[in-house]
Design a binder for this molecule. Structure first.
Ligand SMILES: *Cc1c(COP(=O)(O)O)cnc(C)c1O
Length: 332
């Protein structure tokens, strides 16, 4: 476990915001009338699904790669990922002329595999889960002298994701509750570091799917644990937190006010809701925040910002969610 003061994190995150601004534009913060009426208090949607490559992960990838010294860029970078982090690293590598290797498991959906190939990354597809992909990436990093870019448990990546917190405070300064999709906790740690420093009264709620929520279970047991991966609509939230976790386990434990789990049915309903009521196609990992809102209807939330983290979902899954949502409505 490693610690750093909130003040140090705040400086790290402010530097990251300056560093990445050429590559990462601020995303829209949209007021949601339907959700606000549903919940009984103002709800804003932070629309990170409109980032290049369709997810917020470009923030951390850009912050890590832009710190790589010129002479090391030629050797390249390597990463492992359930998809969106790999896409972000491949995209940023292409933009900076850094050769990229991405190690992924055989479970990663075909749409994501194709997108990685189009970006010109070398793919290493091994095994059934994040752990095998991680081992492959470590070997390639050592063997080829490539920078290993961690998906979440890394200072540069956490600080990069934390730049979203800076934008949130600029756009909705009176925010009372932020709903954050939670997997390895890079996003939650970064956003929480900014918010607990600059607006400590704001409540931060991490949200994961019911099956295979490794961070939630680790916090319950008081130390990092592994869980089997279970198929889920929120596939970008799958994966462990690392038994030798350095940063995010501690930060998420200390800085989040609560972690809640949502069911597959709730995630699917939220995907359908966002498509039908907001005209937004998002992936399951992003819809968990809205799944929670549609369940809880707790006006003590105050002014809410729900993070919509990504849009990399198959057309089939989107259509099924819309059809299920429409069907439920017509049944009354
Ligand atoms: C990676 C990811 C998350 C979770 O981020 P962590 O930093 O791993 O907690 C949430 N939503 C989407 C779409 C992602 O790609």
């Amino acid at each position: 476990m490693t610690t750093r003061s909130l003040n140090e994190w705040d400086q790290e995150i402010s530097q990251a915001a300056r560093r990445i601004q050429t590559y990462v534009s601020p995303t829209p913060m949209l007021f949601s009338d339907p959700l606000s009426r549903e919940v009984g208090s103002p709800v804003w949607l932070k629309c990170e699904q409109f980032q290049p490559m369709g997810a917020f992960k470009i923030r951390g990838a850009a912050n890590a790669l832009l710190q790589l010294p010129e002479e090391r860029r030629r050797k390249g970078a390597v990463t492992y990922s359930t998809g969106n982090h790999g896409l972000a690293v491949a995209y940023m590598c292409r933009a900076l002329g850094v050769p990229a290797v991405v190690c992924i498991s055989e479970r990663v959906p075909e749409t994501k595999v194709e997108a990685l190939q189009e970006l010109g990354a070398r793919l290493e597809i091994r095994g059934q889960g994040q752990d095998e992909a991680y081992e492959t990436a470590q070997n390639i990093s050592t063997g080829e002298g490539r920078l290993l870019i961690e998906p979440f448990d890394d200072v540069a990546v956490i600080a990069g994701q934390g730049t979203m917190g800076v934008e949130i405070l600029r756009e909705v300064p009176d925010v009372d509750t932020i709903l954050i999709p939670l997997s390895g906790g890079g996003l939650a740690s970064g956003v929480a570091a900014t918010l607990k420093h600059r607006r400590p009264s704001c409540r931060l709620i991490g949200i994961s799917m019911q099956g295979g929520a490794a961070m939630h279970e680790s916090i319950r047991q008081g130390h990092p644990v592994m869980l089997p991966e279970v198929p889920t609509l929120a596939d970008s939230l799958q994966g462990g937190i690392g038994l030798a976790n350095r940063w995010t386990f501690d930060m998420v434990s200390r800085l989040l006010d609560d972690i809640v789990l949502v069911s597959e049915a709730e995630i699917q309903r939220a995907m359908g809701y966002l498509a039908v009521k907001q005209g937004m196609l998002v992936e399951g990992a992003a819809a968990v925040t809205v799944a929670y809102l549609l369940r809880s209807v707790d006006s003590a939330l105050g002014t809410v910002v729900a993070l919509l983290t990504g849009r990399n979902v198959s057309a089939t899954q989107s259509l099924e969610a819309i059809t299920a949502y429409q069907g439920r409505k017509s049944l009354g």
